[in-house]
Design a protein around this ligand. Structure first.
Ligand SMILES: CC(C)(COP(=O)(O)OP(=O)(O)OC[C@H]1O[C@@H](n2cnc3c(N)ncnc32)[C@H](O)[C@@H]1OP(=O)(O)O)[C@@H](O)C(=O)NCCC(=O)NCCS
Length: 153
C-alpha cells in the first residue's frame, strides 16, 4: 500500500483541488472562485492527502470563532484512489486538528441516501442529529451529523 501524506493546502493547490472537485461532484460544486476564497479568505482549512506527491483527496473544514461548532464542509477522493481508507485518514486528521484548536464539536451534512459516506462518518463517531429535506441543489434530502469531542480523547 502506498504511503499517504497529509498536508495543508495552499493557493498553489488550487488546480488540483478543482480537478478533484469537478471529477467528484455533479451538483453543489465549488467554483474556482469559491475554492480560491476557501484557500485565502475563509475561516477554514483544507487538508490534502498526497501519494507520491500527487494530490488525491481533500477535506475542507470551517473553523468559526470559538465556541461555535466546526463544520466538515466537503470531502472528496479521486475515483481511482477510493476504497483504500484515504477519506477515513483525512477525517481522523481533521478531527485531531479541530480538537487541538479547542473545538468541542463538529457538524457536517451528507446525502441521506449516501450509505457509504454515512457509514464512514458513523465509524468516526458522528451521530445523525437532523433530517434536511431537499437540502441539495438536485432536490435530494440530506442529514446533519454531529461529532462531539471527548475531553480525554
Ligand atoms: C465518500 C468518499 C469521500 C469516500 O472516500 P474513500 O477514500 O473511498 O473512503 P474510505 O476508503 O475511507 O472508505 C470507503 C470504504 O472503503 C473501505 N476501506 C477502507 N480502507 C480499505 C482498504 N484498505 N481496503 C479496502 N477497503 C477499504 C471502508 O471500510 C469503506 O467501506 P464502506 O463503504 O463499506 O463503509 C468518496 O467516495 C468520494 O469522494 N465520493 C464523491 C464525493 C462525495 O460524495 N463526497 C461527499 C461525502 S459527504
Amino acid at each position: 500500500m502506498d504511503k499517504v501524506d497529509i498536508a495543508y493546502a495552499t493557493i498553489d493547490d488550487l488546480n488540483d483541488l478543482i480537478h478533484i472537485e469537478d471529477s467528484s461532484f455533479k451538483t453543489d460544486k465549488l467554483s474556482r472562485r469559491q475554492m480560491r476564497y476557501m484557500l485565502s479568505k475563509a475561516k477554514a482549512f483544507i487538508l490534502l492527502a498526497q501519494i507520491k506527491s500527487v494530490t488525491v483527496a481533500y477535506c475542507i473544514c470551517f473553523i468559526p470563532a470559538l465556541p461555535r461548532t466546526a463544520r466538515l464542509y466537503s470531502l472528496a477522493v479521486l475515483k481511482e484512489y477510493r476504497n483504500r481508507g484515504i477519506a477515513d485518514q483525512l477525517i481522523k486528521n481533521v478531527l485531531k486538528k479541530l480538537q487541538s484548536l479547542g473545538y468541542t464539536s463538529c457538524n457536517l451534512e451528507v446525502r441521506n441516501k449516501d450509505a457509504s459516506a454515512k457509514s464512514l462518518y458513523i465509524k468516526n463517531d458522528f451521530k445523525e442529529v437532523q433530517f434536511l429535506p431537499a437540502y441539495y441543489e438536485d432536490g435530494e434530502d440530506g442529514v446533519r451529523m454531529k461529532r462531539l469531542f471527548d475531553k480525554d480523547k
